[in-house]
Design a binder for this molecule. Structure first.
Ligand code: OGA
Ligand code: MN
Length: 199
């Protein structure tokens, strides 16, 4: 099952550099992740760079995050999926991915994330971004869409954060933003990196 999805993702990353997959997993992973995201209490305000340069700028970014934990059931299942994807990408594309990092993100009503690239500042080693949405019953007007642009900032796609929708793109190519959410929005965001753990 995953193998077919890994191939589809890999082919699209080669063809266009990004892929949007509604109903990506077809199983209970999304609802279990949502439960774990809601049970999690230790969220922190997200910053816009890591380690030494860490700074919180609520004008640019307003979500709160908590790094995934391999000891929790659905999080470990998600990480097994991404481990397999990382290996598949390395084998097929010789990318040299060494590490995957990912977190839950909560956008409260009014939260947003301005247009940015994911390989900012000291995160140059991020090569592939994955976002997985957990929101059941998201409707027009709830906002919180991901908007993806090309290298020249031309509009490419607008994606509502529906449960089980997955978006994957090359981290250093596609600027993107999260529009203001009009209600609480849950997701997992992760990055395949060329280096080891730096957190
Ligand atoms: C990010 C990000 C997109 C989304 O966390 O870097 O761009 O749709 N997230 O949540
Ligand atoms: Mn991003």
């Amino acid at each position: 099952m995953s193998k077919k999805l890994y191939k589809k993702i890999t082919d699209e990353l080669v063809n266009s550099g990004y892929i949007i997959i509604p109903h990506a997993m077809h199983n209970s992973l999304q609802s279990q992740l949502l439960t774990e995201a809601k049970e999690t209490t230790n969220y922190k305000k997200a910053s816009i760079a890591r380690a030494v340069n860490k700074q919180i700028d609520s004008e640019k970014r307003r979500d709160s995050i908590r790094w995934l934990d391999r000891d929790d059931g659905a999080q470990s299942e998600f990480l097994n999926f991404t481990d397999g994807l990382g290996k598949y990408l390395n084998r097929e594309l010789f990318i040299g991915i060494q590490y995957f990092e990912s977190h839950f993100a909560i956008y409260e009503e009014g939260d947003f994330y301005e247009t940015h690239l994911d390989d900012f500042k000291d995160s140059k080693n991020r090569v592939v971004t994955i976002v997985y949405y957990l929101n059941e019953n998201w409707v027009n007007g709830d906002g919180g869409e991901l908007v993806v642009y090309d290298e020249k900032n031309n509009f490419l796609a607008k994606v509502a954060p529906h449960a089980d929708t997955m978006v994957i793109f090359l981290s250093d190519i596609f600027p993107h933003e999260v529009l203001k959410a009009n209600k609480i929005r849950y997701s997992v965001a992760g990055w395949f990196r060329l280096d080891g753990s730096v957190s």
